[in-house]
Write a protein that binds this ligand. Structure first.
Ligand code: C2E
Ligand code: MG
Ligand code: MG
Length: 574
């Protein structure tokens, strides 16, 4: 009896331990954010534990068997879940899958662990379900940032390049064409500076969204940055060719974009196009080529489309070569000045000379200032080059005046970038003092482009210069925007009429009418007139007859070296 009693107590104690262990496991499972399924292979029994209802909106008693679980997830994830639930057939010990529940809102990670006996028969399996919705969402946001541009919702540059690279690989096999369109909003800086960043951003957004409407299976659209977009078309055909898309963009741009700020903005775009395989073989090169020709569209007056071709590439490569060589040219003393005389049309006497820069590179090859000055303006080397020109021209002026004692004016071309620098006037005065040259012995030639951006600042500086006594001349008059109205009130001494007028003046009646009115108007405003590029006697005689004060051109003299110029001066005094 004692023995029986003892056995009974022992059993009870074991039971109590078991119960408490089970309670412990249950409460651990229930406080966990996970839900568990325990399946015993021997008796084909299914147990559920953990946070089923609160986390998965699933009633435990509705799960009768493993198969019924697959109905809880979306169709496309059923196969993945089945693989987890029936894993024992593959003899693996663990695996995990991510599935989305039926309501489409919750994501669940399912992980299975199976234990096997020594004969490799499955004994039990535990499937853990974990709510990963939050993690998934963060992940989605991160991948969105990795692939898309937040402002426009278009592909970002990196992702665009990746897809384009894939397309090019495919196009190589398929022998297809891939077109890349590089699109840039014209004068976007003016919108940004004038109306503010918020307006600029919204414009970028709405225009980007419009471009986004072109995207389809064979068209991808990307926002690179600022006002730059890029499109790629795989195997262009039908209404998805460069011309068709450009045409649709143009028709949309006939109407303004209405912004939430109530601004109505009319814009134009400059577009460059490069095509695989003709222009380039790699994605980055192709985009680069399209960008190069976009700049051609800009240079051609904006609001245009330019297709890439080999001469453009050669031009571009030539410019790069010039740019690289330009950086060392000044240190290597490769520049010199030539001088082209200007003569008074009525007396025939020397009125002045224009200093024109000449550059021979290290191979002795001459590069025209029309080619390298625009490049120097872009990369900033125009500042030291321009300073050198001023110093050298005034130095030579002082020297020849000392030697020959002849009165004439030295005209010096000044780039807009150089002119707009704060130090410009101070530096110029310092150089005049250094060589002891009077300010009225020099004349600065400034082109109309200098007036475009900041008319008031440019005008004020002209006033300051003239107060010192420096002469100011408006060069290439007639080639820029040539609005006659801004001329009134502009403090200049001289108007230089561009060669393009002189070229046609004999042949074309209307050019003569314009030329005569310019000279008439200039006289009334008190400006001297200089005609440049005069090549023939007829041109000379005509210009003299209508009262043009000064003539410059090959007819009278080509630009010459300093030695030849000195020779000319010495002949004048003898
Ligand atoms: P620009 O200031 O209008 O200079 C006149 C250009 O016309 C010069 O070309 C001159 O050689 C050329 N020319 C003069 N008469 C005739 C003619 O009868 N027929 C023809 N066909 N051409 C004639 P160049 O020296 O090649 O200079 C071109 C442009 O480069 C200049 O145009 C000027 O804008 C710029 N440039 C030249 N030197 C300098 C400089 O030192 N600084 C700056 N910033 N620009 C310069
Ligand atoms: Mg000039
Ligand atoms: Mg000129």
């Amino acid at each position: 009896m004692d023995e029986l009693h003892y056995q009974y107590n022992l059993l009870r104690a074991k039971n109590q331990t078991l119960e408490s262990t089970e309670r412990m496991y249950r409460s651990i499972c229930n406080t966990s954010t996970n839900a568990f399924l325990y399946y015993s292979f021997a008796d084909n029994k299914l147990f559920t534990m953990g946070a089923w209802e609160s986390y998965f909106d699933i009633r435990i008693d509705s799960i009768k068997n493993l198969a019924s679980l697959t109905e809880l997830v979306q169709d496309k994830y059923q196969l993945a879940l089945r693989e987890i639930l029936y894993l024992e057939q593959t003899k693996m010990e663990r695996a995990s899958k991510e599935v989305c529940l039926l309501n489409g809102k919750k994501w669940v990670e399912c992980e299975v662990n199976i234990s096997y006996d020594e004969k490799q028969r499955p004994i039990e399996k535990i499937i853990r379900f974990k709510d990963i919705t939050k993690f998934k969402k963060q992940n989605d946001e991160l991948s969105y940032l990795a692939y898309y541009d937040i402002l426009t919702g278009l592909y970002n540059r990196n992702y665009f390049v990746r897809i384009l690279a894939d397309w090019l690989r495919k196009a190589e096999t398929d022998k297809s064409v891939v077109s890349v369109m590089f699109i840039d909003i014209d004068d976007f800086r003016k919108i940004n500076d004038g109306l503010g960043l918020i307006v600029g951003d919204e414009l970028v957004q709405v225009f980007g969204q419009f471009l986004g409407t072109f995207s389809q299976e064979n068209v991808i659209v990307s926002h690179f940055n600022s006002d730059i977009y890029c499109m790629a078309i795989y195997d262009p055909c039908g209404n998805r060719t460069v011309d068709a898309i450009y045409h649709e963009i143009q028709s949309r741009l006939q109407k303004p974009f209405l912004l939430s700020t109530r601004h109505e903005l009319d814009i134009t775009v400059s577009v460059g196009v490069a095509e695989y395989p003709e222009a380039a073989k790699s994605a980055l090169e192709l985009i680069n080529c399209a960008e190069i020709v976009m700049f051609k569209s800009k240079a051609g007056g904006k609001n245009g489309l330019t297709f890439f071709d080999t001469p453009i590439l050669n031009d571009f490569l030539k410019n790069i070569e010039i740019e690289n060589k330009l950086k060392e040219a000044l240190f290597a003393n490769q520049f010199e000045l030539n001088f082209q005389p200007q003569y008074d049309s009525s007396s025939g006497s020397l009125r002045g000379v224009e200093a024109l820069i000449r550059w021979k590179d290290h191979m002795g090859k001459s590069v025209s200032p029309s080619d390298f000055i625009p490049i120097a303006e872009k990369n900033g080397t125009i500042v030291p080059i321009g300073n050198w020109v001023i110093d050298e021209a005034i130095r030579i002026l002082a020297e020849v005046k000392r030697k020959y004692r002849i009165d004439f004016v030295m005209s010096i071309n000044i780039s807009a970038i150089q002119y707009k620098r704060d130090e410009f006037v101070g530096d110029l005065i310092a150089i005049l003092r250094k060589y002891d040259v009077k300010p009225n012995e020099i004349e600065l030639e400034i082109t109309e482009t200098v007036l475009i951006d900041d008319f008031k600042l440019v005008k004020d500086k002209m006033h300051t210069l003239r107060e010192y006594g420096v002469k100011v001349s408006l060069d290439d008059f007639g080639t820029g925007f040539s609005s006659l109205s801004y001329l009134k009130g502009l403090p200049i001494d001289t108007l230089k009429i561009d060669k393009s007028f002189v070229d046609t003046v004999i042949l074309d009646e209307s050019t003569r009418i314009i030329m005569e009115s310019i000279i008439h108007m200039a006289k009334r405003l008190g400006y001297d007139t200089v005609a440049e590029g005069v090549e023939t006697k007829e041109q000379y005689d005509y210009l003299k007859s209508i009262g043009c004060d000064t003539i410059q051109g090959f007819y009278l003299s080509k630009p010459m070296s300093v030695e030849a110029f000195e020779q000319l001066l010495s002949e004048m005094i003898h």
